[in-house]
Write a protein that binds this ligand. Structure first.
Ligand code: G3P
Length: 217
């Protein structure tokens, strides 16, 4: 499973990248709006930190506008994947971009039927939002499972990027289902390391070692 960070914050990306297990980054207009500086400059900086896909989203709602934004974004750096919303005009744009070799990430996906349409249009990645479905009393993870089954049934190459993950168990559940990628906020990435028994165990090992340290050699 690939791990992406869902943020536009360069410091968080640097920190996660220093662990050596960061595979990519996803941004969206909301995440970008929280950061200072110029969007494209920040994007290029992120691409230089991360050796993998960096998703940047278009804001046009007509295919023509999406295409021109997408070509511009894709020209900024070879790591850029263009995020396109899961609407009819979006899928028209995805079809064209896929024929031009521009990689896409279809976002705002909330159902297996939408994921099926995106795969048929040639999306490189599909981003089903788990947490936002949970927020309205649905079971977001069921959609990831349904998409996995459908893509496997037909051999679609579109990769499933589990998005809107809010806690470590979301990541584990997505991994059990076989989602190709999990994108998560830095907080969740960091929480994945934690277990109180690891901390207690390490403390005990070090204390016991301290008792015998004079006899080590
Ligand atoms: O980037 C898309 C997605 O991960 C957003 O998550 O927490 O705003 O629902 P959230």
């Amino acid at each position: 499973m690939k791990f992406f960070l869902d943020t536009a914050n360069v410091d968080e990306i640097r920190q996660a990248a220093s662990m050596g297990i960061l595979d990519g980054v996803t941004t969206n207009p909301t995440l970008v709006s929280r950061e200072e500086g110029k969007f494209k400059d920040n994007l290029v900086q992120i691409c230089e930190i991360v050796n993998g896909p960096v998703s940047a989203e278009v804001v046009s709602t007509e295919a023509e506008g999406m295409l021109s934004e997408a070509r511009d974004l894709a020209g900024l750096h070879s790591n850029i994947y263009v995020k396109i919303p899961m609407i009819r005009e979006g899928l028209k744009a995805v079809k064209t971009l896929s024929s031009e070799g521009i990689r896409t990430n279809v976002t705002l996906c909330f159902s297996a039927s939408q994921a099926l349409m995106a795969a048929k249009a040639g999306a490189t990645l599909i981003s089903p939002f788990v947490g936002r479905v949970d927020d309205i009393s649905g079971v977001g993870m069921d959609i990831i499972q349904d998409i996995r089954t459908i893509y496997d049934n037909y051999g679609f190459e579109t990769e499933i990027l589990a998005a809107s993950l809010r806690h470590p168990l979301h990541v584990v559940e997505a991994a059990l289902i076989g989602a190709d990628i999990a994108t998560m906020p830095y907080k969740v990435f960091d929480q994945l390391f934690n277990h109180p028994l690891t901390d207690i165990g390490l403390e005990r090992f070090l204390a016991d070692w301290d008792k015998v340290k004079d006899r080590v050699s």
